[in-house]
Design a protein. Structure first.
Length: 489
């Protein structure tokens, strides 16, 4: 629990920087930052090449954990040094590829972040494997807090001090042209801080090599690398493609498009965090239930509650979008709010896919998950390639929905053939369609009414109507819940 909650809490803290950053950054500068941080997960997959999962697999099955830790760590140290040197030597071409050619130093700093994060991957995994959740959680959360403090220092304190004391040594550190660079520097400090706190685990590495075991580990991790690429393409690569193919005229405008899309994507935080929390708790629960005779019925009930909550969360965001959009402080970025419902539904589909994924985990057909992820990645690449040049970030949003929606449908059809689960598709569809109808009616009201107070009243009215619909249509299911059931008649 500590591991999942600390990661979710750390992510939430990081999300809280969005209003701050969108206040201090223009859309183009925010776009530059987004391009760098769209590339970092891609490079993380290359740098780590599935070695974290491989470490867990080999250290907990027929192998000495310390020996596996040493082999995996030495492998990562060697490749990290190699990959980091290559990235730094090619910083110019990489900066051009990411459309940040004016700041090749961003690539150097990002490469340093990736290197430090890679070197801490196995020490973090070791903490989990050794059952030391408190240290794990402390380092994760403390690192994010340091990052927040430094971001505030670089974007508020330092500029103010430099203006008041232009001749001071601290003022000489401030360069307004760096823009997104200060956020990367703060992130680099966070990664270095985490590395220092994990030095005892890093120092525990002993130089012992087992070529046979290492080859086995590489063979095991190779498919994970492919799946990792597919996952990153689905999650973040659309920002890079938008930077390449956006129909906007100038490079500055293309970066602004990336910034607008990235900021609006943050409004799916409610569903994103819920899905992440669900994954944290659902997988152990699903495996425990697998021993029971009624496991498929239990999975179907969980899906019912899951979709119910997702639909309500969608409406909480979309019926009160006038409130949620304040999360983005730069009004220039509100131009992209039209993609928010598309991205919310896309993340709903991703959540349902994770829920459905239990079939290939229980039936030991994990290659199916890899196949579905790769199909999703291909959909993302093709749709973005075809439609970004004409429709810009709107194409990215629809590509995301097509990807996650396609993965969800494929997983459902395939899963029902291998491990049938009696999902009540009719109920699930009715909840989703009613959600769309409620949103559609509210949208039409908002097209006519400009007063925000009346819009909020409309949203609240439609929200209550949907809750009444859920209470009536899901009455039997809700009665079985420990607290809510007392209020259902």
């Amino acid at each position: 629990m500590w591991y999942g909650l600390s990661s979710i809490f750390a992510s939430f803290l990081n999300y809280l920087l969005t209003p701050y950053l969108t206040h201090y950054m223009s859309a183009s500068v925010y776009g530059e930052m987004s391009l760098i941080y769209a590339a970092i997960p891609f490079m993380n997959v290359i740098f780590t090449y599935g070695m974290e999962t491989t470490f867990f697999r080999f250290s907990n099955k027929d192998h000495n954990g310390k020996h596996v830790y040493n082999i995996a760590s030495l492998s990562l140290v060697g490749t990290t040094l190699l990959f980091t040197v290559i990235l730094m030597l090619w910083r110019g071409p990489v900066a051009t590829l990411l459309r940040v050619e004016e700041h090749p130093q961003f690539v150097v700093w990002a490469a340093s972040i990736i290197a430090l994060d890679t070197l801490t991957t196995l020490p973090f995994a070791k903490l989990r494997n050794d059952g030391r959740p408190r240290k794990y959680a402390f380092i994760r959360v403390a690192g994010i807090l340091l990052n927040i403090v430094l971001v505030v220092f670089f974007y508020t304190v330092l500029p103010g001090y430099a203006k008041a004391h232009p001749g001071s040594w601290l003022a000489s550190m401030y360069d307004p042209s760096l823009g997104a660079g200060y956020y990367i520097i703060a992130n680099l400090a966070m990664s270095a801080f985490s590395f220092l706190l994990l030095l005892p685990e890093f120092a525990a590495i002993r130089f012992e090599w087992d070529a046979k075991l290492w080859k086995q580990m590489i063979v095991y991790s190779a498919p994970l690398l492919i799946v990792g690429f597919g996952g990153v393409i689905n999650e973040t690569f659309d920002r890079i493609m938008l930077g390449w193919w956006s129909p906007a005229g100038t490079e500055l405008q293309k970066k602004a498009e990336v910034g607008i899309y990235s900021a609006c994507y943050k409004l799916s935080i409610l569903i994103t965090l819920f899905v992440r929390a669900f994954r944290m708790g659902a997988e152990p629960f699903f495996f425990q239930q697998a021993r029971g005779e009624d496991a498929p019925k239990t999975y179907a009930r969980v899906m019912n509650y899951f979709v119910m909550i997702l639909c309500i969360m969608f409406l909480v965001v979309m019926l009160y979008l006038d409130v949620w959009k304040q999360f983005i402080r730069n009004k220039e970025m509100w131009a992209g709010l039209s993609v928010v419902p598309i991205l919310l539904i896309a993340n709903m589909c991703l959540g349902v896919y994770y829920n459905l994924a239990i079939w290939y985990k229980l039936s030991h057909k994990t290659n199916a998950g890899a196949t579905i992820t790769i199909i999703g990645a291909l959909l993302t690449l093709v749709i973005n390639y075809l439609f970004i040049p004409k429709y810009g970030y709107t194409a990215c949003a629809w590509a995301t929905l097509s990807c996650y929606g396609g993965m969800m449908v494929i997983s459902y059809i395939w899963g029902q053939k291998v491990y049938p689960v009696p999902y009540n598709v009719r109920k699930l569809t009715s909840m989703f369609m009613m959600m769309l109808m409620v949103y559609g009616f509210h949208y039409m009201v908002c097209r006519v009414i400009s007063n925000e107070g009346l819009r909020l009243l409309s949203g609240t009215t439609f929200m209550l109507m949907y809750i009444v619909f859920i209470a009536n249509s899901q009455k039997q299911e809700l009665k079985t819940l420990p607290v809510i059931g007392k209020f259902i008649r």
